[in-house]
Design a protein around this ligand. Sequence first.
Ligand code: HEC
Length: 154
Amino acid sequence: MNIGKSMMLATVGFGLAAGIAYEAAAQVKPEVLVKQRKAAMTLIAKYIGPVGAMVQGKIPYDAAVVARNASFAEALSKMPWDGFETSTQNFKETRAKPEIYSNSAKFNAASDSMQTEIGKLAAAARSGDQNAVKAAFGGVGKTCKACHDDFRND
Ligand code: HEC
């Protein structure tokens, strides 16, 4: 086989493989998307929760745990959003309100502000300033509540 032909075959092979991958990504089932976005939310709560207990003095403050948890939450805060696809709208096992799709600008703004506030919490945690962590935690909690009030069923 000459080099030109084998390169061409390799290119065709890559294209086919990539095409299959794109198609698979475009067809993630609604129930999987819902499960993934709930999982991301659950993990955010898992890592934010102890930070809240520490800033409220319910458990001893541990700066290393705060820094780790805040950085986990910072990464996780970026993850739920691509699970809110319109394909999930009619799926039953969800508390997501239809306004997420009819007022997506407001939903996206709420998501952005949560990511901003968690970013501030992570920065405060890295600085080791306990008062800054406490202040930033308050900001995070408000963004969770605001979005749940508007976009999540009880
Ligand atoms: C921009 C909107 C928005 C923000 C901000 C937000 N959430 Fe949510 N959250 C939702 C929606 C919508 C659901 C319902 C998802 C579903 O049932 O499909 C949800 C569900 C949850 C759940 C339940 C997951 C499950 O298994 O059913 C938890 C826990 C949660 N959020 C925690 C948090 C925490 C903690 C924060 C703040 C750090 C937060 N959320 C910020 C919109 C938001």
